[in-house]
Design a protein around this ligand. Structure first.
Ligand code: ZN
Length: 533
């Protein structure tokens, strides 16, 4: 038995929102109360004086790619202020890498680079990378993960030439002479996959295990993962060997739905550490590469309305197949057109579930990045979870203003969703962004970049939410989405003891202090998994 005392505890339990002490028996919370708990508890209990620190329920990132995040910790960080700085990092890595070995990198965003040459249609080209190294194949993924940039050596290994056809749902950019420029959009990125170094399940398991302490330090005790089969296998490897220290809800890629259906696999299968989540479907692309599906064209690109992968009818068919076996559906939708089609599909699916006497599953839209005004109340009306990433608003605001213009008023609109009554689940889409939930909380409550811009009130400040709403979206919201709200997300008797201890109180500290907030101790299932030295 453990007694945690001398703490400012935010339980997120409406019947007893504040407390000063907690008693934990095994993996569960036994009692929550005031300082008087100390006198009532068994004398043999281990006593932990939290020194006046703040305690919150452990945070969950409701949308991340843990496999890619973990492997990405070893990649060249391409999130630089200029193209030149990115190329310099690639050059440095080349010096430390044996010739012929792949150099992988992630995080570039060409829209942020002032020194981009004009040849590449708004993108960098292979020529620039060739100047950094011609001895190594180089593959750098964009921050959005919807575009890839390769050098000539990588192009040769991947067999991409002027005659390579665009794959379905993807595009290879070409120069005026018809040669590929080195930029692959959407599904065209898959052309490189066969040539890339292959990671085994054990490699991924080791990488995830090494990433865990970083996530605990950020205050995370859980995540909803949207990576693939190797990731699922790696997570099972970690779980079976007792090394999994995060609660993971694992999505099922839509191309595997027929197998999941044949097997009768349903959302929630597993245990409190690793369980099956939703079937993940992609409806469109992303804002950065201007592939998000829009009703009206992108500003200054009258022909471009993005890429819609399927219409609502096709998604409905997928939804029926999933719902029949009890699998919920999580649909990536960025553009207003994509979100509209998804909502149409969910509307039909709700009727279908009702008619067949199926349970109303916890379907979700991932990102909900921009909505047509008439669609704003529909997530709440259909009980669809709004899985959003506050940090995206901060990184994307200038691109959104430039490509969507006035439509940005309806973008990243978590307050609107909250007001309509939709359930919010917040995440980071790491490695697209850092999984640090305190950066996400800062973005959600300020809508300002870390440098304070746009001052003083932030970008479309009407969409700011309170700390309580934002924190619930990292705790109660993801627990609901995973169907475990009776066991996780709050601190109350009977629930699993997942919590984080902070030196500052996020409810009262200046909002900019959130940016440097980290866990001083993180507990999972009643055990400290991380304690600051
Ligand atoms: Zn994602």
């Amino acid at each position: 038995m453990k007694l945690l005392y001398n703490a400012r505890i935010y339980t997120l339990d409406r019947s007893a929102p504040r407390a000063e002490a907690l008693v934990i028996e095994g993996e569960r919370i036994l009692a929550v109360g005031g300082a008087d708990l100390i006198d009532q508890v068994d004398a043999r209990a281990e006593k932990h004086d939290l020194g006046g620190g703040t305690v919150l329920p452990g945070l969950t990132d409701a949308h991340m790619h843990v496999h890619q995040y973990a492997l990405g910790l070893k990649k060249v960080d391409c999130e630089t202020a200029t193209l030149a700085a990115c190329l310099e990092r690639v050059g440095e890595r080349a010096l430390a890498t044996p010739p012929g070995q792949w150099i992988l990198g992630h995080g570039w965003a060409q829209n942020d680079w002032p020194d981009l040459p004009s040849e590449g249609e708004g993108f960098p080209t292979a020529a620039e990378l060739d100047a950094a190294t011609s001895d190594h194949p180089v593959y750098l993924t964009a921050k959005s993960l919807h575009a890839g940039w390769i050098n000539s050596a990588a192009m040769r290994l991947a067999g991409i030439s002027s005659s390579t056809a665009d794959p379905v749902d993807g595009r290879i950019l070409h120069d005026a002479a018809g040669a590929p420029t080195g930029i692959l959009l959407e599904a065209a990125m898959g052309l490189v996959n066969g040539a890339l170094p292959q990671y085994t399940v054990a490699d991924v398991a080791d990488a995830v295990e090494r990433a865990q302490p970083l996530l605990w330090q950020m205050g995370l005790t859980g995540l909803h993962d949207f990576d693939q089969r190797t990731c699922f296998m790696a997570l099972q490897t970690l779980h079976q060997s007792g090394r999994l220290g995060l609660r993971v809800t694992k999505s099922v890629p839509v191309d595997l739905l027929p197998h999941a259906h044949a097997l009768g696999l349903r959302s929630g299968f597993g245990d409190d550490l690793l369980r099956i989540g939703s079937v993940k479907v992609f409806m469109d692309g992303a804002l950065g590469p201007r592939t998000a599906a829009m009703f009206q064209p992108y500003l200054n690109e009258p022909e471009n309305r993005g890429i819609l992968n399927m219409d609502g009818e096709a998604l409905f068919e997928i939804g029926c197949q999933a719902a029949e076996v009890g699998l919920s559906v999580a649909v990536h939708a960025i553009g207003d057109r994509a979100n509209h089609e998804v909502l149409n599909a969910f509307e039909q699916l709700r009727t279908h579930e009702h008619e067949l006497g199926l349970p109303a599953l916890r379907h979700r839209i991932e990102h909900v990045q921009v909505l047509h005004p008439v669609d704003r109340p529909r997530l709440a009306a259909l009980k669809i979870i709004a899985s959003m990433q506050p940090i995206h608003a901060i990184s994307d605001m200038s691109a959104a203003d430039r490509f969507w213009g006035k439509r940005s008023r309806y973008a990243y609109a978590w307050k609107t969703q909250r007001n309509h009554g939709a359930r919010l689940a917040f995440g980071s889409d790491a490695p697209v962004e850092s999984p640090n939930p305190f950066w996400g909380l800062h973005a959600a409550v300020t809508r300002r970049r870390p440098d304070g811009t746009p001052a003083p009130e932030g970008w479309y400040p009407a969409e700011r939410v309170t700390m309580r709403t934002a924190l619930e979206a990292y705790t109660v919201g993801p627990a609901y989405a995973a169907g475990v709200e009776d066991r996780l997300g709050r601190l109350k008797p009977g629930l699993l003891a997942d919590l984080v201890v902070l030196r500052k109180d996020p409810f009262t500290c200046p909002s900019d202090d959130l940016l440097s907030l980290a866990s001083s101790a993180t507990m999972l299932s009643g055990e400290w998994v991380w304690q600051a030295p």
